[in-house]
Design a protein around this ligand. Structure first.
Ligand code: ASP
Length: 311
C-alpha cells in the first residue's frame, strides 16, 4: 500500500537506557519529538513538499536544546561550536551542505540556502555563513547556543582524555537530528543537522553533511538521514549503500537498511542508526545502539514516538 505521505525523524542514537532516564527528561524528549513531527506533518497534509517538511521538522529539533544540533550543539575540544548540515531533494538530486558553521540559528536552512541560491553543493566556514547572511536567515549569539549540559559534557570528556581514557557513553559524546519524507506527489527529501561529537578536533567534519554518508535522497529508491559514529558512516557510504542495495540487489527498504546498520556499520565500530523512507512511503528506523530518539507519522495523523531499541 502506498502512503499518501510519510515523515520520520531522529534526534540521535546511543546508549539511551531507561536506567539513565528520569520520567521528566523522558517526557521532555517525547514532547520534543512530537512537536517536531507536528511541524513537518502540518506541511505535508497541506500538500506541501517533502523538502519543506524535512526542513520544518529539523528546524523544530534545532531550536530544542535537548538535541545536538543548532541550539543544543556540542563543543569542540577548544570549546567552540562547529555545526554541519545537509539537505537533498530526491526529485531533482539537488543538494545543499554546510560544515563548520557557527551563527545561523538553523544550520539546516543555511544548507538549503546553498541548494537554492548557489551553483554549488557544499560550503564550509565563513563562506557558508556568508551565504546564510545573504539569504536573510536569522542569526544568534554565543549565549543562545551555549547550554550548561553540553559544556559539562566537554569538561568531563577532556578530563577523561587527560587520563588517557575516552568516554564510554556515546549518547553524551554525540547526537544529531534528521528527517526524511515522502510528499503527496511522491517526491522524497532528507535533511540532517548536527553539532558533531563532543570534544571533536577543530575542523573535523562528520557524516552529516557528506552526501551518501549521513544524508541522501533519490525518488527512485529512498531518502535517508543517519546518526552515529560519523567516520564509519562515511567509510561505508551508509545512506547511499541502502539506495544501491534497493536498486541493484532488489532489496526492500527495510532489508537494505537493516543490512547496512547491522552488518556494515555494527561490525566495524559504527554505532548508531538511521531513518529512511521509500517511494511508496514505507518507513524504517533501524539502529545498532540501545536507543535512538525517533518518531514517524503518515496520513492517518498518529504521531508514533520511540526512544529505546526495544520499543
Ligand atoms: N554523526 C554525527 C557525527 O559524526 C554524530 C552523531 O550522529 O551522533 O558528526
Amino acid at each position: 500500500m502506498t502512503n499518501r505521505f510519510s515523515l520520520a525523524l531522529h534526534g540521535g542514537a546511543g546508549t539511551i537506557l531507561r536506567s539513565n532516564m528520569t520520567p521528566e527528561k523522558e517526557a521532555d524528549y517525547r514532547a520534543g519529538i512530537r512537536y517536531a513531527l507536528a511541524a513537518g506533518y502540518a506541511v505535508l497534509e497541506k500538500h506541501g513538499t517533502a523538502m519543506d517538511a524535512v526542513v520544518a521538522t529539523v528546524c523544530a529539533l534545532e531550536d530544542n536544546s535537548l538535541f545536538n544540533a543548532g541550539r543544543g550543539a556540542v563543543f569542540t575540544s577548544e570549546g567552540k561550536q562547529e555545526m554541519d548540515a545537509a539537505v537533498m531533494d530526491g526529485a531533482t538530486r539537488k543538494v545543499g551542505a554546510i560544515a563548520g558553521v557557527f551563527g545561523p540559528r538553523n544550520p539546516v536552512r543555511a544548507a538549503r540556502a546553498v541548494m537554492d541560491h548557489t551553483d554549488h553543493v557544499f560550503f564550509n566556514g565563513a563562506a557558508a555563513v556568508e551565504i546564510a547572511k545573504k539569504a536573510g536567515l536569522p542569526f544568534e549569539n554565543e549565549d543562545y547556543f551555549h547550554t550548561d549540559a553540553r559544556w559539562q559534557a566537554l569538561q568531563e570528556t577532556l578530563h577523561l582524555r587527560a587520563q588517557g581514557k575516552e568516554s564510554d557513553d556515546p549518547a553524551r559524546r554525540h547526537g544529531t537530528v534528521g528527517a526524511v519524507a515522502r510528499d503527496m506527489d511522491g517526491n522524497l527529501a532528507a535533511a540532517t543537522s548536527t553539532g558533531g561529537m563532543t570534544a571533536k578536533a577543530p575542523g573535523r567534519i562528520g557524516d552529516t553533511p557528506v552526501i551518501g554518508a549521513g544524508t541522501f535522497a533519490d525518488n527512485a529508491s529512498c531518502a535517508v538521514s543517519a546518526t552515529g559514529h560519523g567516520e564509519v558512516f562515511i567509510r561505508y557510504c551508509a545512506a547511499h549503500e541502502i539506495s544501491a542495495r534497493m536498486r541493484f540487489a532488489g532489496q526492500s527498504l527495510a532489508d537494505a537498511a537493516e543490512h547496512v546498520v547491522m552488518e556494515d556499520l555494527a561490525k566495524n565500530d559504527g554505532s548508531g542508526g538511521l531513518i529512511a523512507v521509500d517511494k511508496l512511503g514505507n518507513i524504517t528506523m533501524p539502529m545498532n545502539s540501545e536507543g535512538m530518539y525517533r518518531g514517524c507519522v503518515t496520513e492517518d495523523g498518529a504521531f508514533n514516538v520511540f526512544i529505546y531499541a526495544d520499543e
